[in-house]
Design a binder for this molecule. Structure first.
Ligand code: SAM
Length: 298
């Protein structure tokens, strides 16, 4: 494979399972003149696995701005440089933004080599609405700021997606319960593509309880997905009617469930129908569902 001279390749790498590495990613990394890597030791392991001998240079959040100029100089000299992060797609909560900007400003072609990303992987299997979503990246490490950040998203109707570190998961879920209420549906996607891949689906209250009770659920890499805020109509559905509706939806088609819930609660059928459709938009959230229950400490 011949690489374009003087081009910057943005290469996605696996988020756990090495079999997710694309052939194009292997080809580009094998033939690039240089690999700019977030952590050269970590990328070194990946390269070793695929028998790639290309030289690596560390480009991380602390030196990215300084090293940009050097890399742009090399690109102007017709070298082909590949940028990778520790896992997934560079620039997504990872370094690379300044380099891509500088390359574009210098008239250098930037070529994406698509592949895994925890954000899209989580969204694709969570069962929450995917038509509109907001990727929020990492919340602040400071509890007070985190609270404010979440407050500012309280009425957002799109699915919200957060990356989170294991040592903060309990405290973040507690803050989410505080801000969004115990009944907001959510999914905790953990260790995706790895041995202990787990999707915990339920309300914030249910998932928090599960994570509190089982310390294994506090380990590994994780993505938090929150259902968006209910539409004003759906907000009219009180918690008891919501519970009826969810139980009925487990057994009946949407129309029938909405009709019965309307008869039981005295609420308007069209509002319950709308709410039922929203609930259906995120399969498997009627009760807490975990795809993997047990795992040894790791
Ligand atoms: N650039 C990467 C991407 O494309 O997803 C993400 C890098 S970010 C520094 C790392 C965060 O992504 C982790 O803290 C976690 O929130 C999430 N993540 C990465 N791999 C994951 C996995 N296998 N399962 C669950 N979450 C993962």
């Amino acid at each position: 494979m011949f690489l374009e001279k003087g081009a910057l390749y943005i290469v996605a790498t696996p988020i756990g399972n090495l079999a997710d590495m694309s052939q194009r990613a292997i080809d580009v990394l094998s033939h690039a003149t240089l690999i700019a890597a977030e952590d050269t030791r970590r990328t070194g392991q990946l390269l070793k696995h695929f028998n790639i001998n290309t030289a690596c240079l560390a480009v991380h959040e602390h030196n990215e701005r300084d090293i940009c100029e050097r890399l742009i100089g090399r690109l102007m000299n017709d070298e082909s440089i590949a940028l990778v992060s520790d896992a997934g797609t560079p620039l997504l909560s990872d370094p690379g933004f300044h380099l891509v900007r500088a390359a574009q400003e210098a008239g250098i072609r930037v070529i994406p080599i698509p592949g895994p990303s925890a954000l899209v992987t989580a969204l694709s299997a969570a069962g929450l609405p995917t038509d509109h979503f907001c990727f929020e990246g990492f919340l602040s490490s400071k509890a007070g700021v985190r609270h404010k950040q979440l407050e500012s998203r309280k009425t957002v109707s799109e699915t919200l997606i957060y990356y989170e570190a294991p040592h903060r998961i309990l405290s973040t879920l507690e803050t989410m319960l505080d801000v969004f209420g115990a009944n907001r549906p959510m999914v905790l996607a953990r260790e995706m593509t790895k041995t202990f891949e787990t999707f915990l689906r339920g309300t914030i209250g249910e998932v928090l309880q599960r994570v509190r009770d089982d310390s294994n659920q506090q380990k590994g890499e994780m993505v938090i997905l929150l259902h968006g805020a209910p539409t004003p109509d759906a907000a009219e559905v009180d918690p008891q009617t919501e519970r009826f509706l969810r139980v009925l939806l487990e057994e009946l088609p949407v129309k029938q469930a909405a009709r019965l819930a309307a008869r039981i609660s005295g609420k308007k059928k069209n509002i319950l129908y709308k709410r039922a459709l929203e609930i259906q938009g995120r399969s498997g959230v009627a009760g807490l569902a975990g795809d993997k229950e047990q795992e040894p400490g790791h």
